[in-house]
Ligand binder design. Structure first.
Ligand code: SF4
Length: 439
């Protein structure tokens, strides 16, 4: 019996990417082949994103294309959580599931094309199938979120927080590292809430009791031979306890901590913690404990009701906080979000002009921060080796979202995933440039 073949389209954020990787790993483990195109696939899985309107449109286009090109289509992911809407629009879909639904997707695939019995089925690499380059991987530690930020529909799509047991997460991390991964990017909707649903229950692991808690998880991951980078850390007070682990070199001195705004009024309307002064004090403390820490954050401007004064408070916060990496979005309504019902929406031109002002201000801060690195020698992980140089990232740069380090010089001996020393010689607002260094 020949192997059945499954086509796969993966859209959305790193959490969705991890779902795709888990389904692909299971498919390979069961002997399916993965089809590079639509024409030879027995069925096509489309993993969708339902977060903002652009992402929804992209997902709908992908479903339509798969239906036109192949016809046998299963939809999974965040947009799948809006099941009735999808089935109404595409009545020929074979199955629709929400996110984090490997079992349901596999069940649907089994019904359409059962796995072939093959005693010589391909051996699965220990780290499973990865969609990222071989040297870094996303490690999803939980699913869902207990917060109810008014601009966000993720809790409606993915439900309340469910953490994976710490033993399972650490085992996956070990497997990934033995498969060649050098950098693990810890992701979830709310990384610092890890274990809350498990009541931080202790587990016996290698004759030691460890709690299902972000601090113990970071400690456990920190013992492994890889860079560990924490993303999507909600600013709970216990985040402070992670900073000494960064200062000790156990995990990367990098904190991706979305603050979203600084004005008390806007934060209250967003249903986010509203203590900008406290945040500034905490940042100061973190920098004392770990002077090399890189702080990355995201903000929303033009949220309903944001006044000029609120916006100025945000700019003042930026000046004081001197964050290293910042992303900013002009608020756009997401279907189903509570914020849509808030009064005083902001005019589109005002939103765009605030976005530009914000990004200009941050570009100045970022440029100065990167300029200060000129002359320093940094550890850099190589992402891509070319003819005349290589591209890598320092500990301050997460893949896809931060800057890079352009490495000049003859890179014959360099390989992807290798960590080398680079002396920094130039910088702009986003990236660094340097040459390999022995010390
Ligand atoms: S913490 Fe993040 S995922 Fe949770 S509701 Fe707020 S924005 Fe959405």
């Amino acid at each position: 019996m020949s192997k059945s073949s499954v086509g796969f389209v993966s859209l959305g954020c790193p959490k969705a990417l991890v779902d795709s990787e888990q389904i692909l790993s299971e498919l390979r483990a069961e002997g399916y082949s993965i089809s590079p195109g639509y024409e030879n696939a027995d069925v096509v899985v489309v993993n969708t994103c339902g977060f903002i309107n652009d992402a929804i449109a992209e997902s709908l286009d992908a479903i339509e294309e798969a239906l036109n090109e192949n016809g046998k289509v299963i939809v999974t992911g965040c947009l799948g959580a809006k099941d009735p809407l999808l089935m109404e629009r595409f009545p020929t879909l074979l199955a629709v599931t929400g996110p984090h639904a490997k079992r349901e997707v596999m069940r649907a695939i089994h019904q359409i094309c059962p796995p072939a019995h093959d005693p010589y089925v391909d051996l699965l690499p220990p780290g499973g199938i990865k969609l990222t380059p071989r040297h870094y991987a996303y490690l999803k530690i939980s699913e869902g979120c207990n917060h109810r930020c008014t601009f966000c529909i993720i809790p409606d799509l993915r439900g309340d927080l469910i953490s994976r047991p710490i033993g399972e997460v650490l085992r996956e991390a070990e497997d990934l590292i033995s498969a060649g991964v050098k950098e693990l990017l810890v992701v979830s909707q709310d990384t610092s809430a890890y274990g809350i649903d498990l009541r931080y229950k202790p587990e016996l692991l290698d004759s030691k009791m460890v709690r299902n808690h972000i601090q113990d998880l970071a400690l456990g991951l920190g013992q492994l031979d890889a860079w560990i980078r924490l993303h999507y850390v909600y600013p709970y007070p216990h985040v402070d306890a992670l900073i000494p682990l960064m200062a000790d070199g156990l995990i990367l001195p990098y904190l991706d901590i979305p603050f979203q705004h600084a004005s008390r009024n806007v934060l209250k309307a967003m249903k986010r913690p509203a203590h900008a002064e406290k945040v500034l004090k905490r940042i100061e403390k973190w920098r004392k404990v770990c002077p090399d820490i890189t702080l990355r954050s995201t903000f929303i401007v033009g949220f309903p009701g944001e006044t000029e004064k609120d916006f100025q408070t945000l700019l003042d916060f930026l000046d004081e906080a001197q964050l290293d990496r910042v992303g900013c979005f002009a608020y756009s309504p997401v279907e189903g979000a509570k914020a849509n019902a808030l009064p005083d929406p902001i005019d589109e031109t005002v939103k765009q002009s605030r976005l530009e002002t914000f990004m200009d201000r941050q570009a100045q801060i970022s440029t100065a921060k990167l300029q200060a690195k000129i002359g320093r020698t940094l550890d850099v992980i190589i992402d891509e080796v070319g003819e005349n140089g290589a591209i890598g990232r320092s500990k301050a740069d997460a893949p896809e979202i931060d800057g890079v380090v352009h490495i000049l010089g003859k890179p014959e001996s360099m390989q992807n995933g290798e960590i080398i020393k680079v002396r920094i010689e130039a910088a702009d607002a986003h990236d660094l440039q340097g040459v390999p260094s022995k010390s």
